[in-house]
Design a protein around this ligand. Structure first.
Ligand SMILES: Cc1cc2nc3c(=O)[nH]c(=O)nc-3n(C[C@H](O)[C@H](O)[C@H](O)COP(=O)(O)OP(=O)(O)OC[C@H]3O[C@@H](n4cnc5c(N)ncnc54)[C@H](O)[C@@H]3O)c2cc1C
Length: 454
């Protein structure tokens, strides 16, 4: 259940603000002392961590941890063992035909019975409701597939920490959900259906809670990131360098969710565009989509000294450790971000006798839109096994390969024995994967999940 609750913001915070942040403008912008703009290459976290600690608003990690209940199943227990999955699926199918009304009823009840919870959700609930519905549907349809479901629920549990979901939120959420299903099931609802739903939801919540608890032992629910550099490369594209307040561990190719002060409780994913650095700074490549809330603010509304929230790193698009496998990378627009991180990671781990060949196709509409080509040329220079091939699809002059990126890759690229990474707009990714499908092994092509915001 995607319970998007932001309740773990420290209780004394103003709406739209972040812990430790002074509110000097309606968008939560914080002016820094000039000295603070200069980020240290040796100890990047020291100043901001100290400031946050001093403010007493460090993180949810300081809050008392919930003790596991004795009868709580471990996340790896067989999820489906005692659940009448057929009954759950049948009743869900009935109410799913009326999905919008079901969710509206559910949230109306939830907010009437637990008014405190309203402030934990975004103002615009439509997109959020769709995600909740998708998550419930996935849980219901996977009830018989405990392995994949347990992993999914664990991810949900971990991911919901950044929304502020605490143990105490599960019970009301589940009670109202169960009551909603009963309401819409009408006369088909029986004691057995109730028992089946209670078992399914109870197990789902246990798996999420257990995963969240394990995660809390290792990392905070979110990080406060300070923008230390904002480089507007195109009118609609910026490269931001951000200093997390605590070490944020990730693998090259992973992404983080970002929340900006302008849009409380709205999170969007952005790939980290560099391999981990000693100074902990991360780069994001952001294209401002037309009318986009978070991307628009990141490109046009932010500047050095502003703060934002970062969720934990996630994503499976990472390179293997295989020293011999060459890489084929395909990046469209800001899809370059995770690919650049992967390439940097491979370069960082190279040594004599271990220099993996990398071919990168980097596509954009025009030459000017190849916004990071200069950096890529530097990487090519310091790491000769890297070949960067720019591709332009628009009609303007260009002294290089012209065409649509998926077609160019399908026509020119060598896939054999390569780890293949494809990143960019969803259509470009699926088109490329489709065109290469006959020439690659299952699982040889890696890409991120489609963007749920679209
Ligand atoms: C795993 C992952 C990694 C991502 N990494 C990056 C990244 O590194 N850099 C980056 O810039 N973005 C990245 N995105 C996309 C990003 O998460 C947001 O979806 C995007 O910035 C739009 O969010 P928004 O709040 O600005 O727009 P919204 O306010 O959600 O949307 C406003 C309007 O724009 C439309 N829209 C949303 N996204 C797009 C789009 N991509 N193209 C065209 N129209 C759109 C919506 O349908 C809506 O009509 C990634 C997405 C995923 C799933």
């Amino acid at each position: 259940m995607a319970i998007a609750l932001d309740g773990s913001y420290p209780d004394d915070m103003f709406p739209g603000g972040f812990a430790g942040q002074q509110r000097l403008t309606p968008f939560g912008r914080r002016r820094l002392q000039q000295a603070e703009h200069l980020f240290s290459l040796t100890d990047p976290h020291l100043r901001i961590s100290a400031r946050i600690e001093a403010s007493g608003a460090a993180s949810g990690a300081a809050q008392p941890r919930r003790q596991p209940e004795l009868n709580e199943p471990a996340a790896h227990d067989s999820y489906a063992s005692d659940i009448d999955s057929k009954l759950v699926r049948e009743s869900f199918s009935r109410i799913a035909q009326n999905g919008g009304a079901v969710l509206e009823y559910f949230y109306a009840r939830l907010f009437v019975q637990y008014p405190d919870m309203r402030s934990m959700f975004p103002h615009a609930m439509h997109e959020h409701m769709e995600r909740v519905f998708t998550a419930i549907a996935r849980i219901v349809w996977s009830v018989d597939n405990p392995d994949s479901l347990t992993e999914y629920l664990s991810q949900l549990g971990r991911g919901h920490r950044k929304f502020g979901v605490k143990d105490r939120h599960y019970e009301p959420f589940l009670a109202v959900l169960s009551e909603t299903v009963r309401h819409f099931s009408g006369e088909s609802w029986t004691c057995r259906t109730q028992a089946a739903w209670d078992a399914a939801l109870g197990r789902a919540a246990s798996a999420m809670r257990a995963a969240a608890e394990r995660d809390a032992e290792q990392q905070p629910p979110w990080w406060i990131g300070e923008v230390v550099q904002h480089d507007l490369r195109r009118p609609d594209l910026a490269v931001l360098t951000i200093r997390p307040d605590q070490p944020l561990h990730y693998l090259p190719g992973q992404y983080v969710a970002v929340q900006v002060p302008r849009w409380p409780r709205v999170w969007r994913n952005f790939s980290i565009a560099n391999a981990p650095r000693e100074n902990g700074l991360i780069d994001l490549h952001v294209r401002g989509v037309c009318g986009g809330m978070v991307s628009g603010w990141l490109v046009r509304g932010t500047r050095p000294g502003d703060t934002l929230l970062l969720g934990p790193a996630c994503g499976e698009m990472t390179a293997s450790d295989d020293a011999d496998a060459a890489l084929l990378c395909v990046a469209g627009g800001t899809g370059l971000a995770p690919i650049k991180a992967i390439i940097e990671g491979v370069i960082n781990s190279s040594r004599p006798g271990r220099r993996r060949e990398i071919v990168l196709y980097f596509g954009a509409r025009s030459q000017e839109d190849l916004y990071d080509l200069a950096d890529l040329r530097v990487l090519e220079w310091i790491y000769p096994p890297l070949t960067v091939i720019p591709v332009v699809s628009g009609p303007q002059e260009f002294d290089g390969i012209r065409g649509m990126l998926p077609h160019v890759v399908a026509q020119h690229a060598n896939c054999e024995g390569r780890e293949i990474f494809v990143s960019g707009p969803d259509e470009m990714v699926s088109k490329t994967a489709g065109l290469l499908a006959g020439r690659v092994e299952p699982g040889q092509i890696r890409h991120d999940p489609p963007d749920p915001a679209r």
